[in-house]
Design a protein around this ligand. Structure first.
Ligand code: DAH
Length: 338
């Protein structure tokens, strides 16, 4: 009997199942009422008393080995089935296609519109020094925009900060190239502002710069009029209001006729029929000089716009925070060709 149990134990240890059915057959063979173990226990009656202890232990050992084997084979067979389900290569390729982020769609539209009239794209660093973000742009030393309230400083003396606008890129372009210059600079900017439906501490701008001989305010107006019609539609009207920026003189803000009510008046345009979309002006001669461009020979215009604001107007989105939440139900509503 000892020998028989020994052979059975070897069989059990060597057993392998390729599927659940084989494992079930194994269980029935050993553990069912008429199975191998039950038969052994029935034979146990015939074992002489002096061998009972030893053989009893061996039989229990065999039973435990069968049970352990079933548990471990079951686990590994279940794992195999799970993996097979996860990587079912026969499933049709129906993964939904992603969509471009609305801010990328509008940024690409803006780039496309200006490239058609000869503007190149320039980029600059997001971490800037005081010279490129402020001084070269004619900001007085005590200008409030330099204040800790608005600017995320990284180091003091010399000041290193996250750029507060993409106007810093026009300085870099002018330092490194000679007129004629015609470029736009899209990018992220950072301001220490409370996050709300209308403001965020990170947002996107597109800066524009045109420097050449005889560039006039009429060129600025015509360029931006073309841009507004391309982006918001042929019927769009523009108007320029006097404004102030340290780096332009004269400076203006450009409004477009409200694209929601068509100029009749609604809550988006606060019943004025107009919405502001960008700041602009003639490049201040001090800025040209700071960038080693001859301000007697050359003139230029510049403009800067917020991509979030333009996207909100274009798609009638009323909360700027939606752009940063990345909720697919919001994102998948936008489709683009570029
Ligand atoms: N840098 C300005 C801002 O962040 C936007 C701007 C206004 C840029 C007028 C310009 C400009 O180039 O001419 O608010």
């Amino acid at each position: 009997m000892k020998e028989k149990i020994g052979t059975l134990l070897d069989d059990v240890k060597a057993f392998k199942a390729e599927n659940i059915e084989q494992l079930e057959a194994f269980r029935i063979k050993y553990l069912s009422k008429k199975g191998v173990i039950a038969a052994l226990f029935a034979d146990f009656r015939n074992v002489v008393p002096e061998h009972r202890k030893e053989i009893g232990l061996m039989m229990n050992g065999l039973k435990t080995a069968v049970q352990d084997k079933i548990v471990s084979l079951k686990e590994s067979l279940e794992n195999i089935t799970e993996t097979a389900v996860k990587a079912d290569l026969s499933l049709p390729a129906s993964a939904p296609l992603g969509t471009r982020h609305p801010l990328s769609i509008v940024r690409n539209d803006i780039i496309d519109i200006f490239s058609r009239i000869g503007f190149t794209v320039s980029e600059g660093p997001e971490i800037e020094d005081d010279f490129h973000n402020f001084s070269a742009l004619n900001f007085p030393a005590d200008h409030p925009a330099r204040d800790m309230q608005d600017t995320f400083f990284i180091e003091k003396d010399p000041d290193i900060a996250l750029r507060t606008h993409t106007s810093s890129v026009q300085v870099r372009v002018m330092e490194n190239s000679n007129p004629p210059i015609r470029t736009i600079s899209p990018g992220r900017v950072f301001r220490n502002e409370a996050i709300s439906a209308r403001a965020h501490c990170i947002f996107h701008q597109v800066e524009g710069l045109y420097v050449d001989t005889d560039v006039s305010f009429a060129d600025l107006k015509q360029t931006l009029y073309y841009f507004a019609k391309e982006l918001f539609g042929e019927h769009t009207k523009t108007r320029f209001r006097p404004s102030y920026f340290p780096f332009t003189e004269p400076s203006a803000e450009m409004d477009i006729s409200c694209n929601i009510c068509g100029g009749k008046g609604c809550n988006i345009c606060k019943y004025t029929g107009w919405v502001e979309i960008l700041g602009c002006g003639m490049v201040d001669p001090n800025v040209l000089d700071a960038c080693a461009i001859d301000s007697i020979k050359y003139t230029g215009f510049a403009f800067g716009m917020g991509v979030e604001r333009i996207t909100m107007l274009k798609y009638q989105i009323n909360d700027l925070r939606l752009f940063f939440e990345n909720d697919v139900r919001f994102l998948e509503q936008f489709k683009s060709t570029i």
